[in-house]
Write a protein that binds this ligand. Structure first.
Ligand code: ZN
Length: 402
């Protein structure tokens, strides 16, 4: 009797699994450098802004499924973005500094290629340059993440449908003596659109690359949220454009990186990190609104490649956080450094100190990162996992053999 009951229970469970619909529309958000502390700091900032002690939820921290992912690379507890990007894109670990290849420099295949072969439309976007480690891991293979031109020239060969974000670090190579990567992209049949105001999904382009307005230093990263001026492209606007361009009957996959949480934390700049994390929350909100229209078929996964800065709430004794100490900061530390405002740059460090925001390093740390998931197949992302498991689970949710 007991055995019959067990068999029945298993049959019901299997039935449940089979009846769960495959993910047809997949959003894979990666917050570069976004550990649990970066998320908690942004949530605490929101609560504090409403004069409360607590954690006000971001768009993705309300997701029904949560897990953690270990991030170590082949040769270190502390990963760099290229080894982590490789793990998140290909399901294989590699050594720090390497991109989309094994430690023996053999090419690894990113899930984007598997998904494209399965007939889905594919997009890759970032708030930093498209030849940077995280977006690069989703389309390129390079022995060194610093081979920016070598990475960039692989983009037009992918045949992926949509790219969006900043430009390229070395569009004409290190010595500016190579064919422009932008010409190669055009030759491969991509329409290049500069500036979100010029984006039109219905203009008939088969493949598109959406970059910042040329006037706004299109070859660099998108400005930090704290430094943003009117007309600057935002992460949320890239997601809106990507959905407009990618939506089709078969389905799509979009990887989108929020790349500057990491940069802010390398600079130990708390307020800039908070506003970047909120900016990612806004971008995920756009995906959530899409998911509400396609609730049975959409999967959203939000995670990070590693934590940056050894950030925490609290430092050097005491039991308080003083967010009001950050009130006067209205530019990123990096922007202040660029403009040569040494006095104000020092003040940002002092403000972080007085606010009791703790930092242990200007590099990355080796602690696991959070994984948030909602929608079709999201149950796969519950509990403890390794970063290499995430792309495998995404394929599983989409019914694609890894
Ligand atoms: Zn970094």
């Amino acid at each position: 009797m007991k055995r019959l009951f067990t068999i029945l229970a298993v049959a019901v469970l299997m039935g449940c699994q089979q009846s769960e619909q495959q993910a047809k529309y997949v959003f894979y958000f990666i917050g570069d450098g976004m550990g649990l502390a970066q998320v908690a700091l942004a949530e605490a900032w929101l609560a504090d802004s409403a004069d409360e002690i607590g954690f006000e939820k971001l768009s993705f921290t309300d997701f029904p499924v949560m897990g953690t992912a270990t991030t170590f690379s082949v040769n270190n507890y502390i990963t760099c973005s290229s080894a982590a990007g490789t793990a998140l894109a290909t399901g294989h670990k590699t050594a720090n500094g390497m991109l989309g290849v094994t430690t023996d420099s053999l090419d690894l295949e990113a899930i984007t290629y598997k998904i494209k072969k399965a007939g889905y439309r594919v997009g890759v976007s970032s708030t930093v340059t498209l030849d940077h480690a995280t977006p690069g891991a989703f389309y390129a293979n390079a022995a060194s993440r610093s081979d920016y031109y070598d990475i960039a020239v692989q983009l037009p060969q992918t045949g992926f449908d949509f790219f969006g974000g900043g430009g390229f670090v070395q569009p004409e190579g290190k010595n500016k003596d190579q064919v422009s990567v932008l010409s190669l992209i055009e030759e491969a049949g991509y329409q290049i659109v500069y500036g979100i105001e010029n984006f039109d999904a219905s203009a008939g382009a088969k493949k598109m690359i959406l970059l910042q307005d040329k006037e706004l230093d299109c070859m660099g990263a998108l400005p930090y949220a704290i430094d943003r001026k009117e007309g600057d492209m935002t992460h949320a606007s890239i997601i809106t454009a990507a959905i407009d361009f990618l939506e089709n009957e078969k389905g799509f996959f979009l990887m989108s990186e929020s790349g500057r949480i990491d940069w802010a934390c390398h600079s130990n700049d708390g307020k800039t990190s908070i506003l970047e994390t909120l900016d990612l929350s806004d971008a995920v909100q756009v995906a959530l609104e899409f998911a509400q229209k396609h609730p049975e078929e959409t999967l959203i996964v939000v995670t990070a490649d590693h934590e940056t800065g050894g950030l925490t709430l609290g430092r050097e004794g005491g039991y308080s956080i003083y967010f009001d100490q950050l009130a006067e900061q209205n530019a990123s530390k990096d922007m202040l450094l660029q403009t040569g405002d040494k006095e104000m740059t020092d003040q940002v460090a002092e403000m972080n100190n007085r606010a009791r925001i703790g930092w242990t390093t200007s590099s990355h740390t080796g602690i696991p990162v959070p994984v948030y998931a909602m929608g079709a197949g999201s149950g796969l992302f519950s509990g403890r996992m390794d970063n290499t498991d995430i792309p495998k689970k995404i394929c599983q949710a989409m019914g694609i053999i890894f």
